[in-house]
Design a protein around this ligand. Structure first.
Ligand code: SF4
Length: 173
């Protein structure tokens, strides 16, 4: 007990580190994304994340978008629990046999216009799960995919850059 008290007396505070050089890039991409969404929808963008069979590594990076460091809600980017509120489906993992129907139903429940983004090497091409007996293939084998964001897993800033590219192509298309 005494050791514990001494340790807590002299322990350094647990704090978030100093802003990294990437912060400027994050602010720039986030602001561009917000402006592009307003141009396209006249409002902010809403995302529904669908785990079609991932190892959860991609989910950790997607969740990081909402943490105190990335805090993407400040750019008007929101995650919704229901596909009925979504503009974009972020789909991770190879599509497992058990998730195929759920993924198709989620897509059907998403109102038009809608976009599908395959996130991570597994979603883009089955990655390390290629030829597994439990999968039906990459996301493209089940749904029309508008954008692939590769990486194992892709970093949050890469997710934002991918979304920005998607909205830019949707605006010009
Ligand atoms: S791409 Fe990598 S992190 Fe993402 S689901 Fe596949 S193995 Fe996991």
């Amino acid at each position: 007990m005494r050791t514990l008290l001494l340790r807590s007396l002299f322990a350094r505070p647990v704090t978030i580190g100093a802003p990294s050089p990437e912060d400027a890039a994050l602010a720039e991409v986030g602001a561009a994304l917000e402006a592009q969404a307003r141009r396209l929808f006249g409002r902010s963008i809403t995302i529904r994340e669908v785990d079609a069979g991932s190892c959860n590594g991609c989910e950790l990076e997607i969740h990081a978008l909402s943490n105190a460091v990335y805090d993407v809600e400040r750019f008007g980017i929101r995650f919704a629990a229901s596909p009925r509120h979504a503009d974009v489906l972020l789909v991770t993992g190879p599509v497992t046999k058990n998730m195929k129907v759920a993924l198709e139903r989620t897509y059907a429940a998403t109102p038009n216009p809608k976009w599908v983004v395959a996130v991570g090497d597994c979603a883009c091409g089955c990655g390390i799960f290629a030829e597994s007996y439990a999968t039906v293939g990459s996301v493209e084998a089940v749904l029309p995919v508008d954008l692939h964001i590769k990486g194992c897993p892709p970093r949050p800033i890469e997710l934002l850059r991918g979304l920005l590219a998607l909205l830019k192509s949707a605006t010009s298309g």
